[in-house]
Ligand binder design. Sequence first.
Ligand code: GDP
Length: 302
Amino acid sequence: GYKFRMGLEKSRERFQAQINQLMATHRTVDEDFFEALEEVLISADVGFNTVMELTDELRDYAKLKNITETVDLKEVIVEKMIEIYERNNHISEEMNMQDDLTVILVVGVNGVGKTTSIGKIAHRYVKEGKSVMLAAGDTFRAGAINQLQVWGDRVGADVIKQSEGSDPAAVVFDAVNAAKRRGTDVLICDTAGRLQNKGNLMKELEKIKNVIKKVDENAPHEVLLVLDATTGQNALSQAKAFNEVTEITGIVLTKLDGTAKGGIVLAIKNELGIPVKFVGLGEKIDDLEVFSAENYVYGLFS
Ligand code: GDP
């Protein structure tokens, strides 16, 4: 809870200042107020469609309850945000962990914080007493394999790798087999996130999933997409694009400490139905939190 609040400081300060100013300049609940509120939410990256849904519901609520002073809507805005996040819950908000091997596939474009997030997630499970293995499936980006090895050494996770340019599906196949053999609890597979060619990426991820299924037909148990919160609406576009390429089961939203625009969480969940499972709140190994809509929205407001 506390770390979450601290990590969201930038977003919170800006958001609160804007809401307070809004309520000071618009004391009566009228169309002017709702339009100004829409602007604040859009500038916080909540996303156009989600903003419209939210303010329409607030309009109805104000009418129904006869609310005429904007201050009386402050709490309701928070509650509505949580309500909107909690909708479309067809994908579990929790990690789908197995009693035996859990296979997690991680996708995302370069620079979003994919490697760092893999390291942090691995560290988290190691701390829980689980054995963790990493598969260096990003064989395309120069340095990706070494960077993953550094994280593996740091957190105490075995790394399965081949040389740069090798077939990612072959690396992952080796890794799933090794993980089964060694009785590993969690296997986290890195992949190359080349969104430039969606057709190729789709084929590559399909191939990786198929080799995993040869060993365990119910795996991968999670396909996590890493997104950089500081890229705002771009993150939402990436989520849409990746979700067309392969079925995403959760988001890791990084660099929330570095942005004032935390509203992207709501946009992604509301428009795509994909829950945020982890958030990155800094560059260090422990700067990863399990996402909670309530902590998050209250973290933004209070
Ligand atoms: P990749 O190319 O997607 O694998 O990205 P990296 O894991 O190499 O991360 C890119 C940069 O983002 C590095 O400098 C990381 O330290 C930084 N980074 C990753 N996650 C976070 C985060 O949650 N907060 C902040 N402030 N920086 C992060």
